[in-house]
Design a protein around this ligand. Structure first.
Ligand code: URA
Length: 233
């Protein structure tokens, strides 16, 4: 049993204030009866808003367009985290970023409270491709595409899995890179062994799910079941 305003807020992605307003206005029923008391406790299955049943979802999956300067962590004493950017109506206990982007990297971060799902999509054995736009300090030689395909060896001797690099024809300092693992600073290190420095890095997709272009940096939204499945495709 949960408070009615919490049920309405979670099930219909409304802020707590808007949920309370909807309840006050008589749009919410419990067991078919209009209830105007936000503090009443109920089960999800008995609650409707405007005739639509409140569905209880066990977990939440959020797409964030991460801005630069924010850390991919759940908590930090001194720095702003990706969790700080999640609006109140999408907040749940136990939210964390499934995979990290560096502080200066921007783009798609998946935030969830589903540990098993995160473990699954982050496992290099699952081969889930992450797509990035990258800009380097100098033009990339075309031979780099072949090198990435064969697997780059980093300065510490560790080998990267084959990666897909497509250098822009008219802008050779820009490229799209797809990698299937997530070693620490991996893309920056893959370019570093080639004496190139990454000046801009943006994650644009996880699996087949692309970053929603309508999300401005710092904005996020809940993902649908179909979208979540696209990550694993
Ligand atoms: N590779 C990097 O070097 N940094 C990121 O943030 C992501 C991938």
């Amino acid at each position: 049993m949960e408070r009615l305003d919490k049920i309405i807020s979670h099930a219909f992605s409304l802020s707590r204030t808007d949920a309370k307003k909807a309840i006050k206005s008589g749009e919410v029923c419990v067991g078919g009866e209009v209830v105007k008391d936000s503090s009443l406790k109920a089960d999800y299955s008995s609650v409707t808003l405007g005739g639509k049943r409140a569905e209880h979802e066990e977990h939440i999956y959020i797409m964030l367009n991460k801005p630069a300067g924010v850390v991919s962590a759940s908590e930090s004493r001194s720095e702003k985290t990706v969790i700080d950017l999640v609006p109140e109506h999408l907040r749940r206990k136990g939210l964390f970023p499934a995979g990290r982007l560096d502080k200066d990297t921007v783009g798609f971060v998946l935030i969830t409270d589903d540990g098993a799902f995160a473990h699954d999509i982050l496992s290099p054995r699952k081969h889930i491709e992450k797509t990035y736009l990258v800009r380097t300090d100098k033009p990339m030689p075309l031979s780099l595409e072949e090198q990435f395909k064969n697997g780059v060896t980093l300065y510490d001797g560790s080998e990267c899995m084959p990666a897909d690099l497509k250098i822009c024809k008219d802008k050779p300092d820009e490229a799209v890179v797809k990698i299937k693992e997530g070693k620490y600073h991996q893309i920056k290190r893959m370019f570093r062994v080639n004496s190139l420095s990454v000046e801009y890095l943006k994650r644009t997709a996880m699996g087949k799910l692309e970053l929603d272009k309508s999300l401005k940096e710092g904005e996020c939204r809940k993902l649908s079941k179909e979208e979540i499945n696209k990550i694993k495709e």
